[in-house]
Design a binder for this molecule. Structure first.
Ligand code: SIN
Length: 283
């Protein structure tokens, strides 16, 4: 297998393998590359849902996303992210991931890694960006590192409780109840988490899901969040991926945040399959 770094910030592309058919030695190599580069892009994969699901199982137990309405029929582990419509209705989520986040940080046991497969990509738009939270943490000055030690943040799925994010039209009105119906109780996690495999520290908050700092008064907590959110979105931590058809990406949610960049023109299709692997409780 050939491993080519995609930037000096994060990311590597993997050539010369078929993820549906890997021996133990290759899987070990892939896992080491995953810890080193945090995002892997496997090019030109022919990947029916069951092969994607089987490959993801090599990384841990699969999770079922709380939003059940975008599930692939017959495979509840696989979600469709798509702007395709059939009979006037979206066949998947057209707006997933449109604000910076780490997957399922609003649950007690967030996602270890996410696998996203590009079934169909548009000519324009539809990129994904990841920001490296090891680097964001390392770049903080020592006073800020001391200030963050021991602090915990509150994460929620419910957009209506987060003034930093917009509520897409599809969720307005009746959607309000829908959020309340599916949102789990808030999750409380350390503002700086330790990666369970590498032992490195990473900033663990995000614009989409984090709504407060437990140990601070409201105003002080919001000011601190504003500062950290601006910091984690600096270009020096970010890699932007322009998808090719049949790219399979896998990324480490324990040390990255990511965003779907949007910008797909009317009439062009972006159709993706997503599987998530359950992690462990952040510490
Ligand atoms: C996600 O946030 O899981 C999806 C990202 C994307 O579609 O680019």
């Amino acid at each position: 297998m050939q491993i080519n770094p995609l930037s000096d910030i994060l990311g590597a592309e993997i050539l010369g393998i078929d993820v549906g058919n890997l021996d133990k030695g290759s899987l070990k190599e892939v896992h080491e590359a995953f810890l080193t580069y945090h995002v892997l892009v496997f090019r030109q994969q022919e990947l029916p849902p069951e092969h994607q699901i089987n490959f993801a199982r090599n990384f841990g137990e699969l999770d079922i996303h709380i939003q059940k309405d975008n599930q692939f029929s017959g495979h509840e582990e696989l979600q469709i992210l798509s702007n395709k419509k059939v009979d006037g209705k979206y066949i998947g989520s057209p707006s997933a991931g449109e604000a910076w986040h780490s997957d399922l940080s609003y649950t007690d046991i967030p996602t270890l890694c996410t696998m996203l497969y590009a079934v169909e990509i548009p000519e324009i738009g539809g990129d994904t960006e990841w920001s490296n939270m090891y680097r964001a943490y390392d770049a903080l000055n020592s006073d800020m590192k001391k200030r963050l030690a021991g602090l915990h943040a509150r994460h929620t799925f419910n957009r209506f409780r987060n003034p930093r994010v917009e509520v897409p039209d599809v969720y307005k009105g009746k959607g309000k109840e829908r959020y309340v119906d599916v949102a789990p109780p808030d999750a409380i996690h350390p503002v700086v988490r330790t990666h369970p495999e590498t032992g490195r520290k990473a900033l663990y908050i995000s614009e989409r899901f984090t709504i407060g700092i437990e140990e601070l008064e409201e105003e002080e907590g919001q000011n601190l969040l504003d500062e950290l959110i601006a910091h984690q979105k600096k270009r020096e931590f970010i890699y932007r991926h322009k998808w090719s058809e049949h790219d399979l990406t896998i990324w480490d949610n324990r040390c990255l945040i990511h965003i779907a960049c949007g910008g797909v023109p009317e009439g062009q299709i972006r159709h993706m399959h997503r599987v998530i692997v359950r992690g462990d409780k952040p510490f």
